[in-house]
Design a protein around this ligand. Structure first.
Ligand code: ADP
Length: 502
C-alpha cells in the first residue's frame, strides 16, 4: 500500500504527494524539493508534488539495475505478462480517478482522458501479449555450426515523459519496456508530476517486484539530464520537444546510449477539391483544436486546394463559433485550457507572429477573459487564412489551438508544401480519387499518413517520425524491439579450431 498522505479530496484543499517511488518504497527526495502543481483551469495549485534531484535518480537507477540483474530479466515472459495484465485490471478500475487527476495536472478534458485511459488498458494488454513472443531465429549455415539469435532485454531504461499526454506517453514506454524484461525509471514532466506516482501505486499493488518500476518526478535540466547522462542507464525513451532530444543525444554520447524519440510535428492536413468536404472539415477542425492543440500529431497546417479555399475558410470561421471552451471537468465542453502559463504565453505570442507576418486572423486570437475562465489559461480557437509556409505560424510547433490555412494548386504543390518542414510525424489527406490517395500518401515524408480520416491510432499501428520528429517506432507487433538487444550465438558441432601459426 502507498504511504502517500492525501489531503481531503475537495477542490479547495491541496492533495499532497511528498514521496518518490524507488525500489518498491515511498521515499522522500534526498536532494530535491516539494513544489505546487498548478491546475491550468484555475491557475491555482491543486497538489503538492515532490521533485527528485540527481541523488534520487542515482538511487532509482541503482534499484533498477539490481532488480534487472535479479529475477526480473530471467522471469519467463508469460509471468511478466500475467503481472502486466494484473496491472491493466487495476489501471482499468482506477480510470475515473486517474482521468480527474490527469486533467487537474494538464487541463485536458476529463472526458477525453477517460477515453484515452480506456484505450490504454488495451495498450497494456497488447504489450502483455507480446511479452512471451520475443523470439530469435535459427540461421541455416552447415553441419559444422549451429547459429541462432536470442532477444535479450536491453537493461535499465529511463522513460522521460512530456506534460501534454503524460499517462499515454508513459504507457507506450513502460508497457513495452516491462514486457521486454527491462527495469524502468520514469521521470514525468515537472508540470504534470502526479499521475506517474498514481501509476506506481498500482504497479505496487499489482506485485511488480521492487526496483523494476521507479518514479522520480523532477526538473528536466537536473533530474532529467542526470538520467540521460547516467552511465548505468542503457536506454532513454523520450517523448517531447525535438530541441530537447538534441541535448539528450549529446548528454548520452559518453556511453553511446540507445534512444527512442517521439518528438514534435507540424502536420499537414491536405484537403483536395474532390474531397468529401463535410467530413474533411469535421476532421480538419477537430485536429486543429482537439486537446487545445497540444499534441504533436494534430493537423496545425491545413493545406486547401484553391477552388475550395474560401469555402473551407468560411467553414472554419463558422465551426470555431460552436467550440465550447470551458472547464475540463464539464463533459459537454469541447476545449480546456493550455496546460501551463508558459504554453499560454507561447500560443499568444505566435498569434502575434501570425499577424506580424501578414496572415489574416479570421476568428479567435485572444485569451478567454470571461469571469469564470479568466484565472485559467484558456485561449479561443483561432484561425489564420492567407498563410504561407514561410510564416512562423506555419514553420514552428505552436502547441495551441491555432489553425493555419494555406492554399495550394495541384498535387505537386501540396506535396512540396507538406514536406517543406523539418518535421515528419503525421499527415492527413482528403480526396475521393483512390489513385491520388496512393500517389500523394506515398510522397509524404511522415511516419503516419491518414487518408480520409485523422488521428486514428491503435496499439497495433507503428508510430513515430521521419526527420526531426523522432527515432524508432512505438506500438505495433515490433513494439518490444527498441527494448531488446539481439545476441547471435554460434556453436561449433566439432569443437575443432586449427592452429594458424604452424
Ligand atoms: P516542452 O518544451 O514542451 O516542455 P520538453 O521536451 O522540454 O518539452 O519536456 C519534456 C520532458 O523532457 C519533461 O519531462 C522535461 O522535464 C524533460 N526534459 C527537458 N529538458 C531536458 C533535458 N535537458 N534532459 C532531460 N530531460 C529533459
Amino acid at each position: 500500500m502507498s504511504n502517500q498522505s492525501f489531503a481531503p479530496a475537495s477542490d479547495t484543499s491541496l492533495r499532497r504527494y511528498e514521496h518518490l517511488y524507488i525500489d518498491g518504497e515511498w521515499v522522500k527526495p534526498l536532494d530535491g524539493e516539494l513544489i505546487e502543481s498548478i491546475d491550468p483551469a484555475t491557475g491555482k495549485p491543486w497538489a503538492i508534488a515532490p521533485m527528485g534531484g540527481p541523488q534520487d535518480i542515482d538511487r532509482a537507477v541503482a534499484a533498477a539495475r539490481q532488480a534487472f540483474n535479479g529475477p526480473w530479466r530471467r522471469m519467463p515472459g508469460h509471468e511478466r505478462a500475467a503481472l502486466l495484465r494484473r496491472f491493466a485490471d487495476l489501471f482499468s478500475a482506477a480510470i475515473p480517478e486517474l482521468a480527474v487527476i490527469e486533467s487537474r495536472d494538464n487541463g485536458n478534458l476529463v472526458r477525453e482522458h477517460r477515453a484515452s485511459l480506456t484505450a490504454q488498458v488495451q495498450w497494456y494488454q497488447w504489450f502483455a501479449s507480446l511479452a512471451d513472443k520475443a523470439q530469435g531465429t535459427t540461421i541455416p549455415i552447415d553441419d559444422s555450426v549451429h547459429a541462432f539469435t536470442t532477444r535479450v532485454p536491453i537493461g535499465v531504461v529511463g522513460a522521460i515523459i512530456p506534460w501534454n499526454a503524460p499517462l499515454l506517453a508513459t504507457c507506450l514506454k513502460i508497457g513495452a519496456a516491462l514486457a521486454a524484461g527491462c527495469a524502468v525509471v520514469v521521470k514525468p514532466a515537472e508540470q504534470t508530476p502526479v499521475s506517474a506516482l498514481e501509476l506506481a501505486r498500482l504497479m505496487h499493488e499489482a506485485g511488480i517486484p521492487p526496483g523494476v518500476f521507479n518514479v522520480v518526478p523532477g526538473f528536466g535540466r537536473t533530474a532529467g539530464a542526470h538520467l540521460v547522462k547516467h552511465p548505468d542507464v542503457n536506454k532513454i525513451s523520450f517523448t517531447g520537444a525535438s530541441q530537447t532530444a538534441k541535448h539528450m543525444v549529446r548528454d548520452g554520447a559518453e556511453n553511446l546510449k540507445r534512444f527512442t524519440f517521439e518528438l514534435g510535428g507540424k502536420a499537414p492536413h491536405i484537403i483536395f477539391a474532390d474531397a468529401d468536404l463535410d467530413n474533411a472539415i469535421n476532421a480538419a477542425t477537430a485536429s486543429a483544436w482537439r486537446l487545445t492543440g497540444q499534441s504533436c500529431a494534430l493537423g496545425s497546417r491545413v493545406l486547401v486546394e484553391r477552388p475550395i479555399y474560401d469555402r473551407v475558410v468560411d467553414a472554419f470561421r463558422t465551426r470555431a463559433k460552436s467550440v465550447r471552451v470551458g472547464l475540463p471537468s464539464v463533459d459537454t465542453n469541447h476545449m480546456g485550457p493550455q496546460a501551463h502559463e508558459e504554453q499560454l504565453r507561447k500560443t499568444l505570442s505566435y498569434i502575434e507572429f501570425g499577424k506580424q507576418d501578414g496572415a489574416e486572423l479570421i476568428t479567435g486570437g485572444s485569451r478567454v477573459l470571461t469571469p469564470a475562465l479568466a484565472p485559467g489559461y484558456f485561449v479561443e480557437p483561432t484561425v489564420f487564412a492567407g498563410v504561407t509556409n514561410r510564416m512562423r505560424i506555419a514553420r514552428d510547433e505552436i502547441f495551441g489551438p491555432v489553425a493555419s490555412l494555406i492554399p495550394f494548386d495541384g498535387e505537386d504543390e501540396a506535396v512540396a508544401i507538406a514536406n517543406d518542414t523539418p518535421y515528419g510525424l503525421t499527415a492527413g489527406l482528403w480526396t475521393r480519387d483512390v489513385g491520388r490517395a496512393h500517389r500523394v500518401s506515398n510522397r509524404i515524408e511522415a511516419g503516419m499518413v491518414w487518408v480520409n480520416t485523422y488521428s486514428f491510432l491503435r496499439w497495433s499501428t507503428p508510430y513515430g517520425g521521419f526527420k526531426v520528429s523522432g527515432w524508432g517506432r512505438e506500438n505495433g507487433i515490433h513494439a518490444l524491439d527498441p527494448y531488446l538487444e539481439t545476441r547471435t550465438t554460434v556453436i561449433s558441432t566439432s569443437g575443432q579450431f586449427p592452429n594458424l601459426y604452424t
